[in-house]
Design a binder for this molecule. Structure first.
Ligand SMILES: NC(=O)c1ccc[n+]([C@@H]2O[C@H](COP(=O)([O-])OP(=O)(O)OC[C@H]3O[C@@H](n4cnc5c(N)ncnc54)[C@H](O)[C@@H]3O)[C@@H](O)[C@H]2O)c1
Length: 354
């Protein structure tokens, strides 16, 4: 029997609740489709930091490297600064394993209440491809005269031609493959950021010449935010920098019902290192420990993981099971207007997978 080795990092807050819930469902799919998964759990995150002074051990990437994929919960803890937790765990994995294409679908599923008036299920269906290894999150900069009246903070965005071109090319390939509108929208702020973002626009125009069959559109990020609310149905694939992609995908999750439904794949398309699958949401300290987190985003991320591993039938069955529970509407968590717990919802999805 084919066996996959998946590293699991539940992380912090609701990450510790939604990850085991999703794993139950993925195990159900594995049993039904006759493959096995070995789940290697790593207890890294904020508790690890408070005990050992770092979010994960120095050899963490070496320990993750042999895995076929990484399944990640969430990171963030009110006891620690967010820049410490994020830069100590998630970002080094994304960069270290060259997971340069962060793929985040936003779909309005049947049974989900859309906060925008008059939008029917399926009408909103786009994917954001977020550059994931450089840009505004490159962690280049510093602070001098710390805490004093002359304190200076400098944070640089890093945009390389190599990094920009490859993520744009990935997005064009996706727009070509998706078979919907064959439209790729590039989002920048090149009117204000005349170096890095104007450079992105130029690279976008260069790569576009290789894809005459894909229509293109360029938007400033402020206009893109407005249009995602005004005309979300017009988008197909969106490509954006690390920061803008991060922001736009929370907006995408909000207009399609809940952060609890938004999955994310951090892909190393060349497969030189493992890719990582997680939800868009964070550790949600406001609801952590209450057993009411929606695990569907993590389940859908698990479905993306199975798809990437080549288990396409199992991946589809997990997605179908989530959609069936959503459409039925009787076992939903509070973020979707229901009263179900994480456990009850997981039982309902699992029953449909098995
Ligand atoms: N990828 C990540 O791990 C990631 C992403 C974003 C934020 N964070 C971190 O998470 C922490 C909390 O950040 P935040 O509150 O801005 O964002 P968040 O995504 O954790 O939560 C935002 C809101 O959405 C709700 N929510 C999120 N996921 C949900 C789910 N699965 N089910 C039901 N409700 C859900 C929360 O209860 C909260 O009200 C911070 O420390 C932040 O740095 C981590």
């Amino acid at each position: 029997m084919k066996t996959y080795r998946v590293a699991v990092i539940p992380g912090d807050g609701i990450g510790k609740e939604v990850t085991p819930a999703a794993i139950r469902v993925l195990e159900g799919a594995a049993a039904r489709f006759h493959f096995a998964v070995t789940w290697d759990e790593f207890g890294w995150g904020s508790d690890h930091y408070l005990e050992h002074g770092r979010m994960m051990p120095a050899d963490a990437l070496d320990r993750l490297r042999p895995s076929d994929a990484i399944f990640f919960g969430a990171v963030g803890d009110p006891r620690l600064q967010d820049n410490v937790t994020l830069n100590g765990l998630l970002l080094p994995i994304r960069r270290g394993f060259d997971q340069y294409a962060c793929v985040r679908p936003s779909v309005l599923y049947p049974g989900v209440r859309c906060p925008l008036v008059g939008k029917a299920a399926g009408e909103i269906d786009f994917v954001v491809v977020r550059e994931n290894t450089e840009g505004e999150y490159a962690q280049v900069g510093g602070v001098v005269h710390s805490g004093g009246p002359h304190e200076i903070a400098v944070q640089s965005g890093v945009f390389t031609r190599y990094g920009t071109e490859r993520v744009i090319r990935f997005a064009f390939d996706l727009a070509r493959r998706r078979g919907r509108k064959h439209l790729l929208t590039s989002v920048t702020k090149s009117n204000a950021q005349g170096f890095s973002m104007a450079f992105w626009d130029r690279v976008f125009a260069d790569v576009a010449r290789e894809y005459p069959d894909v229509r293109t559109e360029s938007l400033l990020v402020d206009a893109a935010c407005m249009d995602l609310v005004r005309r979300p149905e017009s988008f197909d694939v969106i490509v954006a920098s690390n920061l803008f992609g991060d922001i736009l995908t929370d907006l995408g999750a909000a207009i399609t019902g809940s952060l609890g439904l938004a999955p994310s794949a951090n892909l190393n398309p060349a497969r030189t290192f493992p890719s990582m699958f997680e939800s868009v949401h964070g550790s949600a300290p406001d609801i952590a420990g209450r057993g009411i987190a929606n695990p569907m985003a993590t389940m859908l991320a698990g479905s993306m993981m199975l798809d990437f591993l080549g288990e396409t039938a199992a991946a589809a069955s997990v997605e179908r099971a989530v959609l069936a529970v959503l459409a039925e509407g009787t076992t939903l968590t509070p973020d979707l207007g229901g009263t179900a717990t994480t456990r009850r919802l997981t039982d309902a999805v699992l029953a449909r997978v098995a």
